[in-house]
Structure formats: structure tokens, C-alpha cells
Design a protein around this ligand. Structure first.
Ligand code: XLS
Ligand code: MG
Length: 382
């Protein structure tokens, strides 16, 4: 009974899903779709009924490219009605500048100036749409902005083009929607051989070069950093440390492989736990958004099992935080190995002190024990 209560999401948990995650039809590079598409309006209702706090979208998920103004307004009205009737928010509206063949060699970094302008226009429309839906974030994932052929683009030019486009978006936002924010979602590769700004660290460095860095944040995705073989906990921590975490894409992934985008916690429970720990013990107040796909073996019912599974795993891991913090043996080890948290003395004092490495070496670091205790805690035997 208590456990069932624990696994039921509440709006206050601030869970979110991309519309595209539920609309995914199971298509992959080697196979056709395995399930029929679900209408975005139906997705909004289905998520709301499962107590999901918000949805994210690419403007094109709701308003496909080529929709006329009258149809667009009708779709927006329909979406808003469902949002109101079923109590669900919209918290990010980006743009799909990667599916249409016009973006085959990139959007913001295309060698064709008009394609770059067209991509900027797509994002301007996405910002307008997002604003109408009540959201205040436009997250940019520039899937096709990269290359396979190194000679096809000078990376310094590509960075200049990205900067130019980002600055144009900022200018638009500052003029029209001053409370709107923008963010960058990094990914190392896929669909391009290499994508520009492959990690959140790269994105943070780039943001510092923009005209208004304060308007920009980042959205790390766990699978993306794991595709690069790096540590997702560290990436999220760096975004938090920089005060730049605007949202997060939670999912799972075997490291160094194609973009698997599987259910949160399905592959990497321990790392997932520490991400949840970071989010829940920091000042972070954004959404916890799931960006993954149901296995392509699933039918329609399985899609909703997938939705519930993501949230259940998050809630279960969140529940473990308390046990972790209250586990006296774990905490005793932590206190002992972490020693004093006081800042270091001045350089003069450090230079004048005698440090005995042999003596320092004597401090035990019982990490075998610590890690095993964490594993056992997650397995439910502590
Ligand atoms: C793809 C990205 C994508 C963005 C939204 O790998 O995760 O789904 O989050 O454009
Ligand atoms: Mg994502």
C-alpha cells in the first residue's frame, strides 16, 4: 500500500515528456515503423492523465511544416484547451530543424546562407508558439549541425554561424518576450558523424562567447554524455555548478554506442541514482524530463507502460536518497574520508607548511566498502 503511493507521480514532481517520445513509431535506420503514430493532442491528454506535470515539443510535433495559418491556430487552440481541461503545462518548445531534407547538411551551420536563415525562422516561430502555450524556454538541439567530411566546413566558421544564429534568437527574445530563456542540448554524434559542441562543457564554453550569455542555459541528456563515454553525473553537476541547468533529459544508454534512448534507469541504475541525488539535493527547480523511446517491440499499450516505468524508477531512486543520507555506516565513512571542508590556507601559509606525504598516505579510503554498501542500498537490502 505504502509502496503504491510512493510510485504514483504527482504534478509537484514536475515530470515532463517530449511529445516526440510518445509519438515515436519505432522506426530505426534498418526498419520501418512498428506502431501507428499517436496524435499529439492525444499524447497531451494521455500524459496529463498520468499526472505528468508538463510536456516539451518541437513546434513541428504539433504544427507540421506546411500547415497554413488557420490550421495552425486551430491546433494551438485545441492544445491549449486540453492543457486547461486536463491540467498540464508546456515547458519547452524547440524546433525540428533536422528531419526535413533541406537540413541534410545542417541548419544553423549549413553552408547555404538561406538555409541558415530558414532555420532561424523555424526557431522564431517555435518561440512564438511556445509563448502562446505558456512556456518560457526554447531548447535547441541542432541534430544536423555537424559533419562527416572534415573538409566540408571549417569548424571555426561553423562556430561563428552558430553564434550568429544564437545571437539573432536572443535579440528576438529580448525584444518580444524578455522573460523567455534559451538553452543548448549537446550531443556528440548521430545523426552526424560529429556534431558541433558535443558535450555540455563545450556548450558552456560557447555560451560565454554569446552577446547575452545570461539568457542561455544548458539541457544535458544522460544518454548523450554516455554516448561520448563520459560520466553523466559529472556533466549534470557542472551545469548546476555553473548555474546553467535549465532542464534535463533523463534516459538510459549503454556507453559508446548508437543513440539507444531507452527508459530511464534501464541500463545504469547507480549513475541514475546519483543524478537523481544531484537534482533533488540541489536548488534545481526545473522539470525532470524524460527523452527516450519505448522499445520498438512495444505496441500502443506498451508506450504508456514506458511512460509509467520512467517515472516509477525516478520515484524509487528518489526514495533511496533518504536511506542513503540516513545510513549511519555510509555517512560515517563519508565524514571520515571527506575530512575538513574548510577552505585551504593562503598560498604563503601552504608554502611554509611541512606536509608529510607518508603520514597523509596513512588515511584509509575504504571505497570498496562504501561502494558495496551503496549497491546493497539500491538493491534494497540496507
Ligand atoms: C536527440 C535529442 C532530441 C532533443 C529534442 O537525440 O535528444 O530528442 O532532445 O530535439
Ligand atoms: Mg534530448
Amino acid at each position: 500500500m505504502a509502496k503504491t503511493r510512493l510510485l504514483k507521480p504527482k504534478k509537484s514532481d514536475r515530470f515532463s515528456f517530449g511529445l516526440w517520445t510518445i509519438m515515436n513509431t519505432g522506426r530505426d535506420p534498418f526498419g520501418e515503423p512498428t506502431r501507428p503514430p499517436i496524435d499529439p493532442l492525444e499524447v497531451i491528454v494521455g500524459l496529463a492523465k498520468r499526472n505528468v506535470y508538463s510536456f516539451e515539443l518541437h513546434a513541428e510535433d504539433l504544427v507540421p511544416l506546411g500547415t497554413n495559418a488557420r490550421q495552425r491556430d486551430r491546433l494551438v487552440r485545441e492544445a491549449k484547451k486540453r492543457m486547461q481541461d486536463y491540467d498540464i503545462q508546456c515547458t519547452n518548445c524547440g524546433s525540428n530543424c533536422f528531419s526535413h531534407p533541406v537540413f541534410k547538411d545542417g541548419a544553423f551551420t549549413s553552408n547555404d546562407r538561406n538555409v541558415r536563415a530558414f532555420a532561424v525562422q523555424r526557431y522564431l516561430h517555435a518561440i512564438d508558439l511556445g509563448y502562446e502555450l505558456g512556456c518560457r524556454l526554447c531548447n535547441l538541439w541542432w541534430g544536423r549541425d555537424g559533419l562527416e567530411v572534415e573538409g566540408s566546413k571549417d569548424t571555426r566558421d561553423a562556430l561563428k554561424r552558430l553564434r550568429e544564429c544564437c545571437n539573432l534568437l536572443t535579440e528576438y527574445v529580448l525584444k518580444n518576450y524578455p522573460d523567455y530563456e534559451l538553452s543548448i542540448e549537446a550531443k556528440p554524434n548521430e545523426p552526424r558523424g560529429d556534431i558541433f559542441l558535443p558535450t555540455i562543457g563545450h556548450a558552456l564554453g560557447f555560451i560565454a562567447t554569446l552577446d547575452h550569455p545570461e539568457k542561455w542555459g544548458v539541457v544535458p541528456e544522460l544518454a548523450h554524455v554516455r554516448m561520448a563515454g563520459l560520466n553523466s553525473v559529472h556533466e549534470v553537476a557542472q551545469a548546476l555548478d555553473a548555474g546553467k541547468l535549465r532542464s534535463i533529459h533523463l534516459n538510459s544508454q549503454k556507453p559508446l554506442r548508437y543513440d539507444q534512448d531507452i527508459r530511464f534507469g534501464a541500463e545504469d541504475l547507480k549513475e541514475s541514482f546519483f543524478v537523481v541525488y544531484l537534482l533533488e539535493t540541489s536548488e534545481y527547480e526545473g522539470t525532470k524530463s524524460f527523452d527516450c523511446h519505448p522499445y520498438r517491440t512495444e505496441d500502443r499499450q506498451g508506450v504508456w507502460d514506458f511512460v509509467e516505468g520512467n517515472m516509477r524508477t525516478y520515484l524509487l531512486l528518489r526514495e533511496k536518497i533518504k536511506s542513503y543520507q540516513e545510513d549511519t555506516q555510509i555517512q560515517r565513512i563519508m565524514t571520515k574520508v571527506c575530512g575538513s571542508q574548510r577552505p585551504l590556507p593562503s598560498p604563503e601559509e601552504i608554502a611554509a607548511t611541512t606536509y608529510d606525504p607518508e603520514k597523509l598516505l596513512a588515511n584509509r579510503l575504504p571505497y570498496e566498502k562504501l561502494d558495496q554498501m551503496i549497491v546493497e542500498l539500491l538493491l534494497g537490502v540496507r
